[in-house]
Write a protein that binds this ligand. Structure first.
Ligand code: HEC
Ligand SMILES: [Cu+2]
Length: 349
């Protein structure tokens, strides 16, 4: 190899390494697995480290012997003919029996971990429904009716049961540090449970490619001290009760909407991810010209009624050429004033 070729080759290696390092996301560290988040994850992590340790020893042994043989018995001159060997029975029996023994050891170790009770007494467990949507995670606390998206809270020191379902396509719920990756499958309830004893934040994401905005399905779990959790839950539950008491649609109809406030909500609530203002169709229709056409979309609905209905019950009427993927729970998040502001803003387009 000429000097030029050698320089070129090392430059190529350098570029490749730089590219790999540059692509590695900063968050990858926070999401690396094998750590001990929950009780369950601790067992799994011990087993993982054992298997890893054995594999490392075998690796060092095999690669070491290989390197030794390559260097020690390399060809030293062109006319040298090494001694020819045809197998070695003792060696072959040795490494067959050796690896069989390792597999048997691993089998019994794994068996031991399987026998640790994986069920829990559900008396004091907190049950949360986890719902995969295109493209966000929704968390529903059935006892109180509280709903959150992307982020959820649980108390420290209490077992938590997740009932994982999907509203549309297959997703996968994954918090690496809790060591559980559970698919969210339409029509099926998948369960997982965990318990974390100290205040901690876990991050994860959808781990099943589920369409255009799959990358945008982060999960954030906040494990809070018991009293902080209770305080949060009280406030959230009170908001649910208050929301049930108002007839959102009727109250919004009676309020004057503010276009600028509506625009802020359009950005803040993520409508902008699916609806453009300039006529480009995205996941949802562009708002361009909505003010002019909204009155004709649905028989018997005024423009404002049509928009309110579109926001509160997106799937009751689906605009031609689109499918029903708009989040269904805006009704839980909006005050009558918010709704009126959004109507004013969209109809001004
Ligand atoms: C995940 C994507 C998505 C998000 C986020 C979303 N929408 Fe939609 N939206 C759609 C789709 C798809 C349709 C068309 C299908 C249908 O009617 O359900 C639609 C339809 C509409 C319509 C009827 C439009 C028309 O041209 O007739 C309105 C109004 C609307 N959305 C308002 C909103 C508002 C306000 C928000 C934010 C608070 C929002 N959307 C957030 C996807 C989305
Ligand atoms: Cu997904």
């Amino acid at each position: 190899m000429s000097l030029k070729q050698a320089v070129f080759r090392w430059a190529a290696v350098g570029v490749a390494v730089a590219l790999v390092l540059g692509l590695a996301p900063g968050q990858a560290l926070a999401q690396s697995g094998g750590q001990t988040g929950s009780l369950d994850a601790q067992d799994i992590s011990v087993l993982f480290n054992l298997v890893m340790g054995m594999a490392v020893l075998v690796f060092i042994l095999v690669e070491g012997l290989l390197l030794f043989a390559i260097i020690r018995y390399r060809r030293r001159s062109h006319d040298e003919m090494p001694e020819q060997i045809h197998g070695n029975n003792r060696l072959e029996i040795g490494w067959t029996v050796g690896s069989a023994v390792l597999v048997v050891i691993l089998f019994f170790l794994t068996l031991g971990f399987y026998q640790v009770p994986r069920t829990l007494s559900e008396d004091d467990a907190l049950t949360i429904e986890v719902i995969g949507n295109t493209w966000f995670w929704e968390f529903y606390y059935p006892e109180t009716g509280v709903r959150t998206t992307a982020e959820f809270n649980v108390p420290a020191g209490r077992p938590v049961v997740l009932e994982i379902i999907s509203r549309d396509v297959q997703h996968s719920f994954w918090l690496p540090e809790l060591a559980g990756k559970v698919d969210a499958i339409p029509g099926r309830v998948q369960r997982m449970w965990f318990q974390v004893d100290e205040q901690k934040v876990f991050v994860g994401q959808c781990a099943e490619y589920c369409g255009r905005e799959h990358y945008n399905m982060p999960i954030r779990l906040n494990v809070l001290p018991e009293d902080e959790y209770a305080a949060w839950m009280d406030t959230a539950a009170a908001a649910v009760v208050a929301a049930q008491e108002v007839d959102l649609e009727a109250e919004a109809a009676a309020i004057e909407g503010n276009v600028a406030a509506g625009e802020a909500l359009y950005n803040g609530l993520g409508c902008i991810a699916c609806h453009s203002l300039d006529g480009t169709a995205g996941v949802g229709p562009s708002y361009e010209g909505l003010g002019a056409r909204a009155g004709e979309m649905l028989e018997g609905y005024s423009a404002a009624e049509y928009v309110r209905e579109s926001i509160l019950n997106p799937c009751a009427f689906v605009v031609e050429g689109f499918s029903c993927v708009m989040p269904q729970n805006y009704g839980d998040q909006l005050s009558p004033q918010d709704l009126a502001d959004l109507v004013a803003f969209t109809l001004a387009q």
